[in-house]
Design a protein around this ligand. Structure first.
Ligand code: NAD
Length: 437
């Protein structure tokens, strides 16, 4: 047996022993995980800085406070989420008197969680919150692209969580390939669609259910006659955080030809307010994760006209916050997910054309709208398909733990957060009780 086979066999045996089922065990694990976050805030922020030059305030907000809020919300509601749900008595017509039916959540067993590098803590450990709360044993596979964070998690987790139930396996493609060859009860993968397909193929071998949290191009529609300073502030705040390396970051803007230049000017002001005149010197601005991604994103800068930004420094993997105007739909920047601090503005005649543009492409993970019109909001919500839709404040929908977070079509399959994580990491079992008497 290889080490990985041995580990997975051990975790299956722990699950079979029933150790992870009691609510008390689950809550204790969540409480310990919470302590790991609060006792190592500084270490976690240091690792994220080493890997991504992630600004400390961002590291605290998105990689520590966010998972801690998820833990607190889960601890506060877990009893209620796990309570068996009876079906309405009307559904029991024809069965003997005294019959009862309902559903209960059973943990799935041993699950594999594979995470990417852009939010390497949050995207590994928020799924873990759900997996533990649902009573599973877990293998965590952090991204090898962010080695300092991966090593820190591998060191911290065994000191806090039940070693018989949770393990971290570090490594790249060879290790992940070996992990994927094992029999799992669920695989939860966050990353790109190419690897998503590899994961799903491997899962098919054992009929293992999967959650695929993928990416894509998230469009933003900006209506005429909106407060462009407010829009720019919120758009820039979402787009340029983590240097644009966020799966739900606005990827491109659709707006009319009159609004486009005014929006670009307002964005320039917002970027200066956030990062000063030289973002490279700002503590609040991050870096591209590595040279491979730097080269990929830099190659997209030639599209359209540079309204502002465009500076790069390969030695520092720095790409300035950049807005491109007059971008045509067939240019390179519009042909792939940007995943960097470059925001193209594509001109459309109006809402009809914007909706047609969105529907012509893969279903996005998120779609955003800035408009004062209730009718426009309704049409965007009803006439397009995306993992989530947000009006007025991009990326904020994922902070609401009662909302399912996930994609549709090319942007993913399944969802999580709050009660939706329990549903993902459990089997909803049907139960019917018919009296013998
Ligand atoms: P990545 O390169 O870190 O890969 C993700 C994981 O897949 C890693 O753990 C890696 O080890 C593993 N992996 C890579 N190649 C593999 C292979 N050939 N076989 C098996 N496993 C392999 O991260 P990435 O994919 O570059 O992440 C960026 C993408 O993830 C973007 O498309 C982004 O939109 C998406 N994303 C989605 C979400 C979401 O929640 N939906 C969140 C963040 C990122």
């Amino acid at each position: 047996m290889t080490d990985i086979e041995d580990l997975v066999a051990r975790l299956h045996a722990t699950f079979a022993s029933g150790r992870t089922k009691p609510l008390a065990w689950r809550k204790e694990q969540l409480t310990r995980l919470r302590a790991m976050f609060t006792e190592h805030r500084g270490h976690i922020a240091d690792a994220l800085y080493a890997d991504l030059r992630k600004p400390r305030a961002d590291a605290f907000a998105t990689e520590i406070d966010f998972p801690v809020r998820e833990i607190d919300h889960t601890l506060n509601h877990l009893d209620e989420w796990l309570r068996p749900r009876p079906v309405a008595s009307g559904a029991l017509a024809g069965l003997p008197d005294g019959s009862a039916a309902g559903t209960q959540y059973d943990p799935l067993g041993t699950v594999l969680i594979i995470a990417p590098w852009n939010y390497p803590v949050q995207l590994l450990l928020v799924p873990l919150v759900g997996a533990l709360a649902a009573g599973n044993t877990v293998v965590l596979k952090p991204s090898e692209v962010t080695p300092a964070t991966s090593a820190l998690i591998a060191r911290l987790v065994p000191g806090y969580l039940d070693k018989e139930a949770v393990a971290v396996v570090e490594g790249g493609i060879p290790e992940t390939t070996e992990l994927l060859a094992q029999r799992w009860d669920h695989i939860f993968y966050t990353g790109n669609g190419t690897v998503g397909r590899i994961v799903m193929r491997a899962a098919a071998e054992h009929l293992t259910p999967v959650t695929l949290e993928l990416g894509g191009k998230c469009p933003v529609f900006v209506d005429r006659d909106v407060n462009l300073n407010r829009v720019a502030e919120r758009l820039a705040g979402a787009k340029f955080r983590n240097a644009g390396q966020t799966c739900v970051a606005p990827d491109y803007v659709l707006t009319d030809p009159e609004t486009a230049p005014a929006l670009a000017a307002a964005l320039a002001k917002s970027v200066e307010a956030m990062f000063g005149t030289d973002p490279q010197a700002s503590d609040a601005y991050g870096r591209i994760v590595n040279e491979r991604h730097f080269d990929r994103v830099s190659a997209l800068l030639g599209s359209g006209t540079t309204a502002f930004g465009g500076q790069t420094d390969r030695d520092d993997t720095y790409i300035a916050p950049t807005v491109l105007t007059g971008v045509k739909p067939d240019e390179p920047v519009m042909r792939e997910e940007i995943f960097g601090p470059v925001l193209p503005i594509v001109e459309v005649a109006g809402l009809d054309e914007a909706i047609a543009f969105i529907n012509d492409r893969d279903k996005p993970l998120a779609l955003y709208g800035f408009t004062e019109s209730e009718d426009t909001r309704r049409r965007l919500a009803d006439e397009t398909s995306s993992g989530g839709i947000g009006f007025g404040l991009p990326m904020a929908h994922l902070r609401v733990p009662e909302l399912p977070f996930g994609g549709v079509g090319e942007s993913g399959l399944g969802n999580y957060h709050g009660p939706h994580s329990i549903a993902t990491f459990s089997h909803r079992k049907a139960r019917l009780d018919v009296p013998l008497g």
